[in-house]
Write a protein that binds this ligand. Sequence first.
Ligand code: 6R9
Length: 661
Amino acid sequence: MSAIESVLVENRVFPPSEATIKAARISGMPAYEALCKEAERDFEGFWARLARENLQWTRPFTKTLDESNAPFYKWFEDGELNASANCLDRHIGTPVENKTAIVFESDDGQVSRVTYKELLARVGQFANALKAQGIRKGDRVIIYMPMGVEGVVAMQACARIGATHSVVFGGFSAKSIHERVIDAGAVAVVTANYQLRGGKEMGLKAIVDEALAMGGCDSVKTVFVYMRTPTACNMVAGRDKTFDEVLKGQPTECKPEPVGAEHPLFILYTSGSTGKPKGVQHSTGGYLLWSKLTMDWTFDLKPQDLFWCTADIGWITGHSYVAYGPLAAGATQLIFEGIPTYPHSGRFWQMIEKHKVSIFYTAPTAIRSLIKAAETDAKVHPKNWDLTSLRILGTVGEPINPEAWMWYYRNVGGERCPIVDTFWQTETGGHVITPLPGATPLVPGSCTLPLPGIMAAIVDEAGHDIPNGSGGMLVIKRPWPSMIRTIWGDPERFRKSYFPEEMGGRIYLAGDGAVRDAKTGYFRITGRIDDVLNVSGHRLGTMEIESALVSKTDLVAEAAVVGRPDDLTGEAVCAFVVLKRPRPTGEEAKKIANELRNWVAKEIGPIAKPKDIRFGENLPKTRSGKIMRRLLRSIAKGEKITQDVTTLENPAILDQLSETN
Ligand code: 6R9
């Protein structure tokens, strides 16, 4: 596509076809607007209606929303339900019970299927195994698992007995697990001996062992080990038990434990702008309502759909649109163990053809890398596969550039499938701003309009509305059911991070910049306004990476991390480092840069590895000693320096910091 076209396409509009509108659950813009009006007219009544229609309550709620202790909002508080019962038991005795819940494709292409009835039995049996190991309602369980049925079973089993799970992404380090075990006070870890990705067997249990050996993890009494491969792994007597051992003799029936609607279903750690990752705490009732509702609204789910969300269960997307939403909605979903580039970069397209996927949900970063692959090797271009089963496409995790959007629309969707560019966050629990496939006219690169009941706006620092056409901070002015409830163990940080006093302390600050189109009011997200980077759709705190770097105390004196734009990963990590020895150059600099990259991978995970590492004798600072991050961002981008640098003690460092290694 030419550069001119790519600029023009931003003004192009793709309305849904008449047929799509006619067949959709939310059929046309008037239907969307009617829901928005209903929410405005009777906010609580709207949510109460949806909560009653979409969830099964063992004890009905009588109060919808409690704002008395804002921003600690409570939804459906006196109601009781069980999340697992709402995902599984509710389908028993209906035509869904014998429907396939999960189609699993392993890394090496083997396919297996589980029906709802079978999944319920597996969840029940694992829930009994958890109980037999003394795990009770309210306990926290860490899950560190590969992508597969067992990870979902573990999450659902926790939910079934009222234990709060905290899934740690399989690419995170021992140190990350250690931090989360301690912060959450976990009593157990569920893991696998190995995971299989891209034809490689990678240890998971060994990393758990390393984490638990770091000290302070006495709360962990049991480690459940799923034997994904026949390869043996270290087992600590008395603590570690294989799935086979714990499941043996356990009945498949386990009564779901009713919990209050506000009971914490899970904690999911995510990067913030300061300090260690935040344990985002989600509720049971409001969260589940949202994941079910958005399956129907955003994905227009139909009984015959084959839904595929490619996200890992270690991320919020894998919670809402793998572990909970599709099951609560009674969908058949595909779960894939491997990676999009193995054994070749046409794997996704091949799998869509093979399983007749009808709804496909992935990240812009995956699309960009597959575009690049298809452009260099015609054999992996999507045109080599029959993708006519697709009817809806989705993206999540970062802004999608109009070029990538157009490519996805044309080459994957055959100019037939609406693309839902879903904006949301770990904290929002599910989609908040997104097109609806049978209603919203699409504009490439825009997440378009808020879902009904989401009072999204763009404001200035004081919380005043900014007119359409000008950029500002994205906020949500009223609470919504699936919002973050608190930061686990740190309510003050919750309040400070998301509900700034300057805005009155009740409005949710998303942490993203956004602008609304002057004519249509459509939202376009312009990226984070805090010190959070988005690398391939993964959130990373600059502070976290800085702490990791300076924790290499034999080598690093000081470090500053910023993001810079990257064609493939959206943003790339760029680290400026002052060593405790003379500034290295040439081969030595390359060697140390690699050593530091591997160190960061070990401390946080490979996704946090800095792409650029630059060495200076010192860092540019203001008179008061603050690192001039804006200046560093310009240097990282390779821009000409226009900022005032007269306060710099040693202007020569600007040249030093421009050299990459
Ligand atoms: C679901 C998820 C949240 C951050 C968010 C924003 C970015 C997500 C986006 C998007 C533009 C979209 N983001 N979706 N930016 N358009 N459709 O990704 O959660 O990992 O917590 O990241 O991702 O910057 O603030 P999480």
